[in-house]
Design a protein around this ligand. Structure first.
Ligand code: HEC
Ligand code: HEC
Length: 286
């Protein structure tokens, strides 16, 4: 079951008990188009996109809209905060409290795919259990480790468990934000850093928009890509960085793959300015 679940997550399909290839869950995406399977936050107590960018860069991972599956079984709710508040239909509410429902919701809605069968969901869940946090993932100091050993040797397991839980978030927080009122000005008061913008472009945008990626809108490190992106920044269009990051695109009939937006915990306003600074710098280069 673990192997079958892993195949579904990494390649989109597996084999059933009779040995036949199953249909793809999604024709457009695999789960890892939008989710990592490794740890992506240096300190699991915080969901901080700026700390995450430096960390994933060092580990050679992409920087994505969906939260990593590492530790997904250690969370207690899914599709949190604004996903519930702003899209609060029954399906999201069920997914909020039930990981099986969250997997199914994402197969159908995020991946624009088919409903998964019960055994496939169990397989994915079995695989997810292999990705649970270990003590090594947590930011324990030497003193904390000493305390842990002392605690487990004696006293109250419930207290020790609660204390261990204070080292990681039990949910992936998600707060949405709007494009700035004046896109030419951008997010007032923030100054973009093109070095960090370069990392965002390579580790996030190009993950899907490079040649052969899941998007039909190819981007690269050439001047034409940057000039087009730059020209569109102030416009009221989903080609504007501000609009695409804050709102994504919707699946339209006849063209099902769409781009999920980034909540503030997945790309900050500062990072949008960093990306803009990089795009503008590259567009101006001879
Ligand atoms: C097109 C992008 C995309 C694809 C493909 C995708 N997801 Fe997601 N998924 C998201 C986004 C965006 C969220 C929003 C919540 C989050 O992860 O922060 C999400 C959320 C989830 C969650 C809840 C996470 C949480 O902690 O809130 C689960 C579980 C999940 N996806 C499973 C899957 C599985 C299994 C697949 C493959 C069958 C899949 N996803 C494919 C984008 C995607
Ligand atoms: C998880 C994959 C993914 C990531 C990451 C991603 N995109 Fe997209 N993007 C898509 C898909 C799919 C579409 C839908 C249109 C298509 O298929 O070309 C899209 C659409 C767009 C569009 C509108 C183009 C159109 O044809 O409607 C722009 C502009 C864009 N993305 C820019 C970006 C930028 C800038 C980043 C980085 C901040 C980024 N994207 C990150 C997948 C992604």
């Amino acid at each position: 079951m673990i192997e079958k679940g892993q195949e579904i997550v990494l390649t989109g399909r597996t084999t059933d008990t009779a040995g036949n290839r199953t249909a793809y869950v999604s024709k457009y995406f695999s789960c890892t188009s939008c989710h990592n399977i490794s740890k992506e936050d240096p300190d699991l107590r915080y969901s901080d996109p700026e700390a995450r960018l430096a960390y994933v860069k060092e580990k050679g991972l992409p920087f994505l809209q969906g939260t990593t599956f590492r530790g997904i079984v250690n969370r207690e709710t899914w599709y949190n905060d604004d996903y519930v508040k702003k899209y609060g239909d029954e399906k999201i509410k069920r997914a909020h409290g039930d990981l099986r429902e969250a997997i199914q919701l994402c197969a159908v809605e995020c991946s624009q795919g088919r409903a998964m069968e019960d055994w496939e969901i169990e397989a994915v869940l079995s695989y997810f259990w292999t990705l649970e946090f270990t003590l090594g993932d947590l930011a324990f100091s030497a003193a904390d480790l000493k305390r842990l050993n002392a605690d487990t040797a004696q006293i109250n397991p419930a207290l020790t468990a609660a204390w261990i839980k204070s080292f990681y978030l039990q949910k992936s927080p998600a707060h949405f934000y709007d494009a700035p009122p004046d896109k030419a000005i951008g997010y007032a008061g923030l100054v973009g850093n093109p070095e960090r913008g370069k990392d965002l472009y390579a580790l996030s945008c190009l993950h899907c928009h490079r040649e052969g990626g899941v998007s039909h809108y190819p981007l690269d490190e050439g001047r034409l890509s940057f000039q087009h992106l730059k020209k569109m920044i102030p416009k009221d269009s989903h080609f504007s960085l501000y609009q695409i990051v804050a709102y994504g695109t919707y699946a339209i009939p006849g063209h099902r793959p769409y781009m999920p937006h980034y909540p503030a915990e997945r790309m900050s306003k500062q990072q949008v300015e960093d990306l803009r600074a990089y795009v503008e710098m590259m567009a101006a280069k001879k």
